[in-house]
Design a binder for this molecule. Structure first.
Ligand SMILES: [Zn+2]
Length: 202
């Protein structure tokens, strides 16, 4: 579940968005070419502009914040999430343990419980385990965090992308554009099967 803040002509309005609704908003924004950016908490910001009746350009936005922020995605957590994202993960209940199991092993019960409590994974009606949308957005933002620069017309993304401009702000703007591009590409890459799994959430 996400908190949804919409900024429009009349001000802000707040509500909640189910995962499936958040995905729909992201897909709609991608199809319209709106600027959007994944956030470190596992949410996203969508911005677009509308020409008013006057020459004023109105900026509108939707901010999606997960009710449970993804928190620190350390190396061990990212490794486990990447393993789950391969597609063979399932939730198994045994007399002595509840685990996320793979074709070639299983996650420790304590890790399984932690991922579930942090809402990084969800279990489908068929017992399949998938990453939540917030986990995927949080991972994306982690891969593309500001890694240096921001001064002297130079900025760098943790993925290795570098930006330069006449000022630090200009370089930061280029970096922001880069994050918007990778976020749009991520949304475009979300499979129909994942969308169906989100809709099937129990
Ligand atoms: Zn990057």
């Amino acid at each position: 579940m996400f908190r949804e803040t919409i900024t429009h002509a009349g001000g802000d309005s707040n509500g909640t968005a189910k995962e499936s609704h958040a995905l729909m908003l992201l897909r709609l924004a991608a199809s319209r070419g709106d600027a959007m950016e994944a956030t470190r908490t596992g949410g996203a910001r969508i911005r677009w502009t509308r020409g008013g009746h006057s020459s004023a350009i109105a900026v509108r936005s939707i901010v999606l914040d997960p009710e449970t922020p993804v928190g620190d995605l350390d190396g061990a957590t990212r490794f486990l999430l990447a393993r789950i994202n391969l597609g063979d993960a399932r939730y198994e209940v045994h007399p002595d343990r509840r685990v996320i199991a793979f074709d070639d092993g299983e996650a420790a019960p304590v890790e399984t419980a932690r991922l579930r409590a942090r809402r990084l994974v969800a279990i489908g009606g068929n017992g399949r385990v998938r990453l939540t949308l917030s986990a995927r957005l949080g991972l994306l933002a982690h891969e593309h965090r500001q890694a240096g620069g921001g001064t002297d017309g130079f900025a760098m993304c943790s993925c290795g992308f570098t930006a330069s401009g006449p000022t630090g702000e200009a370089a930061d703007a280029v970096l922001c554009g880069h994050r918007q591009v990778v976020t749009a590409a991520f949304v475009d890459s979300i499979s129909a099967a994942y969308g169906a799994a989100i809709a099937d959430r129990r």
